[in-house]
Write a protein that binds this ligand. Structure first.
Ligand code: BF8
Length: 630
């Protein structure tokens, strides 16, 4: 293969990955790791966040050493440019999560109106809980009537024009925290409005004050976590069931040599749940047999993988950096995608094998892919059509090109807030007691992506191991959840790796020391746990012995998540340096000053072992302040 070789043994800790990178090179295929090498050296101005291309007088670049220009053509300095760039990242991330949510609301409302017959309301108890939260009277009303009223309120969360905070946030965040946001003027009023305002403020000639810009970034991120993402979680639970602990397997070894392998990839469960469901039907299984396969094997990738894992136990093929590798096994008939975190390169990689890439959403089309537009009114029919493409493609598989690593790991996923409560016997009391007496020192939420800057999954796994060793319970979502699964951290037996206190709790409850809470929008579940703990202890979230981390983050959605964690009062670690170092002022605001305003701040450390030590110390300090034993 032309181009640089990737040091395959050094770029990942996950079994099977190195071998597939080598296979890619033998097959003449490039992966994200190859393209990352080709991109070196990357633009220093971009890495520091001091490049502005918000108008065509630019692009302007600020010299971080003060030798060259210190201002762009319009006069914006490094502080303004860095702040504007980061706010735009938050806005994009919030848009991603929340627009996903809008799609789920659309289907939820369509079911209530009787339009989408292929879906149903599965968790009616949760619907009633949500109705109560939103102040919808349920007495004497049918499920559909309740759902319709709920849908109308949720639609307004996107676009209402009054100054009142979004209702989901007002109803679920701790009162003490809401006061903090009120005082700062950062209570989000409507999701679309805050995203729109982020874009307006960062337009040429608008907000130039870094503090004012960042505060609006906070407001936008809060609209994501406590409203947009939370809505997606609530409604997905209502539609498909609230996750309960469920066993499954993870890593590329879940692909089957003698079956039609279909990967569902993306984020929205509306499509992937249908594919997983319809693939199990007798009609589809029989068709697969007619084509010489033993059946159909659906496996998940990234967050939609987490959605189908949590609710159906669908096995997971891998996390973000493994999407191309799945195709490189030569054993995948189709990758069916909705949106977000899809590498356009999937089509290039697939062109070297028999794999079909099937896009389904008008907002995420990839040149060269087959496009079958998904419509919820014809969900079953379209799911069948897509699955048939995969089945018919089985005959094109080239056995000589197939290599499926044998590695796969057992896991238990599905720890929704409800499942955690059930494991605790129906109340938070045992967890609070364990925290108070120091059996468990604290809780850390680990989230986020893979990034070729980091040895794949090393940050996720090392940080989690280091924390549980110190009796810190780890909860998490997204690609962290898949990393933890592939490395055996999501089994009750992993309690062996935990400190004595956490180990005893896990053994008593039969739970893993690391709890998989779902996809990235399900970070809202973590917020709900924090809110419940703060309320039960009559403190603010910022007083709790908790922290957040995104050890291998790369996406704008992760910036939004990190920001709403910080804004919620959480000390938040980033394992990848964000593009802010070009402004000392912005760097200080985010990693220091913001703590006085919000009680949380960002902490950047690329070494997960050092990060674990610092996080532990922060947790111990919080415990001391609460008067709890250390
Ligand atoms: O939303 S963790 S790489 S898949 S952005 Fe993407 Fe990051 Fe994975 Fe999920 Ni979240």
């Amino acid at each position: 293969m032309a181009g640089k070789k990737v040091p395959s043994k050094q770029v990942s800790i996950t079994p099977g990955v190195g071998k597939l990178i080598e296979k890619a090179e033998e097959d003449g295929v490039k992966t994200a790791w190859h393209r990352f090498l080709e991109q070196q050296p990357q633009c220093g101005f971009g890495l520091l966040g001091v490049c502005c291309k918000n108008c065509t007088m630019g692009p302007c670049r600020i010299d971080p050493f003060g030798v060259g220009p210190t201002k762009g053509v319009c006069g914006a300095d490094a502080d303004t440019i860095v702040a504007r760039n980061i706010v735009r990242m938050i806005a994009a991330g919030t848009a991603g999560h929340s627009d996903h949510s809008r799609d789920v609301v659309h289907v939820f409302k369509g079911i209530a109106e009787g339009k989408f017959k292929d879906y149903k309301l599965t968790d009616v108890e949760k619907l009633k809980e949500l109705a109560k939260i939103l102040g919808v009277e349920t007495e004497g009303k049918s499920e559909n009537e309740i759902a319709l009223e709920v849908a109308h309120i949720l639609e307004m969360e996107f676009g209402k024009q009054d100054e009142e905070p979004v209702r989901l946030l007002a109803a679920t965040a701790p009162k003490k925290r809401i006061k903090v946001w009120e005082k700062l003027g950062v209570l989000p009023r409507a999701i679309d409005r805050e995203i729109c305002l982020s874009m307006h403020r960062t337009h040429i000639g608008c907000d130039a004050d870094p503090a004012s810009l960042l505060l609006h970034g906070v407001r936008t991120a809060l609209a994501d976590g406590w409203c947009g993402s939370m809505m997606a979680t609530y409604l997905s639970d209502i539609l498909f069931g609230t996750p309960k602990p469920i066993k499954s397997l993870a890593n590329l070894g879940v692909l089957k040599e003698d079956m039609v392998n279909i990967i569902v990839h993306g984020h929205n469960p509306i499509l992937s749940m249908k594919i997983a469901e319809i693939a199990q039907s007798e009609e589809m299984q029989k068709l697969a047999e007619q084509y010489g396969a033993k059946g159909i094997n659906v496996a998940g990738m990234c967050c939609t993988g987490n959605e189908v894992l949590s609710r159906m136990g669908v096995q997971v093929a891998g996390n973000f950096l493994m999407q191309e590798l799945a195709i490189i096994t030569g054993a995948v008939e189709a990758v069916i995608v909705d949106y977000q975190c899809l590498m356009p390169s999937l089509v290039d990689v697939a062109s070297c094998y028999h794999t079909k890439i099937i896009t389904t959403e008008p907002k995420a089309r990839i040149p060269g892919a087959i496009h079958v537009e998904f419509e919820p009114e014809k969900a079953d029919e379209i799911a069948k059509e897509i699955i048939k493409i995969a089945i018919e493609n089985y005959k094109n598989r080239v056995p000589a090109k197939v290599y499926i690593p044998e590695h796969k790991m057992e896991l238990v996923a599905g720890f929704s807030v409800e499942a955690i409560l059930e494991a605790l016997g129906g109340t938070l009391e045992p967890l609070i007691k364990a925290l108070q007496d120091g059996t468990i020192k604290g809780i850390v939420g680990i989230v986020g992506c893979n990034n070729p800057r980091v040895k794949q999954n090393y940050g996720h796994v090392t940080l989690a191991k280091e924390l549980i060793k110190r009796d810190i319970l780890v909860v998490g979502t997204g690609c962290w959840g898949i990393a933890a699964a592939m490395h055996g951290l999501l089994t009750p037996e992993a309690a062996e790796m935990a400190g004595p206190g956490l180990k005893a709790v896990c053994e008593a409850l039969g739970i893993p020391p690391c709890l998989h809470m779902g996809s990235c929008v399900d970070c809202s579940r973590i917020l709900l746990v924090l809110s419940a703990l703060a309320n039960a202890l009559n403190v603010d979230i910022s007083d709790l012995p908790v922290a957040g981390s995104a050890p291998e983050w790369m996406s704008e959605k992760a910036v939004a998540i990190g920001t709403y964690f910080v804004a919620s009062g959480v000390f938040t670690h980033l394992g990848v340096i964000p593009p802010v170092l070009g402004s000392q002022k912005v760097t200080k605001l985010l990693t220091d000053d913001i703590e006085d305003l919000l009680g949380g701040k960002f902490y950047v450390e690329t070494d997960p072992v050092k990060a674990a030590e610092t996080i532990y110390n922060v947790i111990i300090e919080k415990r001391k302040k609460l008067g709890w034993p250390i």
